[in-house]
Design a protein around this ligand. Structure first.
Ligand code: PA5
Length: 468
């Protein structure tokens, strides 16, 4: 990074093409911005900081000693294990995947050991039996540190992953099995914690008031990142930097608040879809992380007054330029129901030149670099969408590094919190997810879920006529 000046790495938010001035009749008017009671939303989020389920906002300000402990522990893991596997799902996996992809080599696991300079890393975000078998084909369990991550400590997917691995480790290592496991979970509750206490498994704590999708800057994300050799102090520093920049109630000074207000207005105008489209493979999985954050936080049946609102905006992931050849036709000419967010990278970490050494002069326009081509294609797509009067906005990262990714994560979490406050919903619960979790427990025969099972047995009956 050279001599590091935070200002050089400031995230910028370009919302020109959200505005009616550019997409006449389809955009946002200045007077519409002013009409939103964004000051109340800002105050609501600000006053709730560090309280209830809003303790995530304080994660970037964690004690240095706590961060140092994570770094020291990660160093130990890097020294002693050839493989590092995260067992978890949803908010306990998407952040680690996004960060790994953003910061590390795009073929990290395939690098030769010297260049990789750390354990191979696998993050298991599913319970597909083929995926588990495939994982077991790739690792040597005795040489693997398994980081089991679950806030609730009860999630069926994570606990089943854990049970499979625990049995294997026990068979291979006997009483030493627990040295290959670390549990990242709640300080006081959950089955994982009970087992960890009983078996003497090391634990890291997910602080109170931090929900899964807001937990990436807690040990959930920090340990896997540090094990990969990612500079987690820089990550937190980026998050603090944007957090400070967003400490104003003036929408023109607070980019996350401006972004949220615009999404709120857009939703009111029927833009029910939010497309996240980074123009960088390194940011591909930031979209997955964002989709959970935005979808699970804002998709709510009732508002805080108990009124049925069925709020939300469906997040969709796309990748530039890949999806220009798949999705852009729909975004440009399909229904006027989307806000498209591009993420632009000003400076890639490498430059790849393109040279036309053929005799075909028609290809001379490509005598340039992939860096220039990807940037031009993004701008061209922005323009095409603007011409078709489609709301689009661009988040500009000077470069992809720990600092800017920290900014990006915090930006989206703040935007989500502000938008939830504007929609007057509970941004931090997930009753829809809980319903599915409980139904799974009941159908799998978990003790205590007998009533639920009865409810399901009656309601799961289908009419065979409709299965052909
Ligand atoms: O955001 C959330 O709270 C959820 O999506 C969780 O991340 C997900 O369900 C996994 O839960 P847990 O971490 O409790 O295993």
């Amino acid at each position: 990074m050279g001599v590091f000046k935070r200002e050089d790495y400031k995230l910028k938010f370009d919302f020109n093409y959200m505005m009616d001035e550019f997409i006449e009749g389809e955009g946002i008017l200045e007077k519409e911005l002013k009409a939103v009671d964004f000051k109340s939303a800002f105050e609501k989020v600000k006053n709730a900081r560090g309280k209830g389920m809003q303790c995530w906002s304080e994660l970037p300000y964690a004690k240095t000693s706590d961060i140092d402990n994570i770094i020291d522990y990660a160093k130990d893991i890097r020294r002693n294990f050839k493989y590092f596997v995260v067992l978890g799902i949803g908010g306990s996996a998407l952040g680690p995947i996004a960060l790994q992809q953003a910061i590390k080599h795009l073929h990290y696991n395939e690098l030769n050991p010297k260049r990789r300079n750390g354990p191979k890393i696998y993050i298991e975000d599913n319970i597909d039996p083929e995926r588990m078998s495939a994982l077991l084909d790739m690792i040597v369990p005795e040489e693997t540190l398994f980081n089991v991550i679950t806030k609730s400590g009860n999630t069926s997917e994570t606990m089943s992953q854990f049970l499979i691995i625990f049995k294997i480790l026990r068979e291979k290592l006997g009483d030493g099995a627990c040295r290959n496991i670390i549990a990242t979970t709640d300080a006081n509750k959950g089955n994982l914690l009970k087992i960890a206490r009983e078996e003497n498994i090391k634990t890291l704590v997910i602080p109170d008031g931090v929900g899964g999708r807001f937990s990436e800057l807690s040990p959930v994300g920090l340990l896997p990142a540090a094990v990969a050799g990612i500079n987690i102090k820089m990550l937190l520093s980026g998050a603090r930097y944007i957090d400070k920049l967003c400490s104003s109630s003036n929408i023109y000074k607070n980019p996350a608040l401006m972004a949220a207000v615009q999404q709120y207005i857009a939703i009111g105008k029927g833009k029910n879809v939010s497309v996240m489209m980074p123009y960088a493979d390194s940011l591909k999985y930031i979209s997955d992380w964002y989709c959970q954050l935005w979808g699970e936080s804002l998709g709510k049946a009732v508002d805080l007054n108990g009124k049925t609102v069925n709020a939300g905006q469906t997040p969709i992931k796309a990748l530039g330029v890949t999806d220009q050849h798949s999705q852009i036709q729909l975004y440009t000419e399909g229904p006027f129901d989307k806000v498209i967010t591009f993420i632009a990278v000003e400076k890639f970490r490498t430059e790849v030149k393109i040279e036309n050494i053929t005799s075909l002069k028609d290809l001379d326009f490509l005598n340039s670099s992939l860096n220039k081509l990807i940037d031009i294609e993004r701008r061209a797509t922005e323009y095409a969408l603007k011409k078709a009067k489609r709301m689009n906005r661009t988040i500009i990262l000077p470069e992809v590094n720990e600092f800017t990714v920290g900014e990006l994560l915090m930006f989206f979490m703040l935007e989500t919190a502000y938008c939830g406050a504007l929609l007057n919903i509970d941004t931090f619960n997930q009753p829809g997810v809980e319903e599915g979790k409980n139904a799974t427990y009941a159908l799998m025969g978990r003790v205590g879920y007998e009533e639920k099972r009865k409810e399901l047995e009656v309601n799961l009956i289908k009419n065979p006529k409709y299965i052909i």
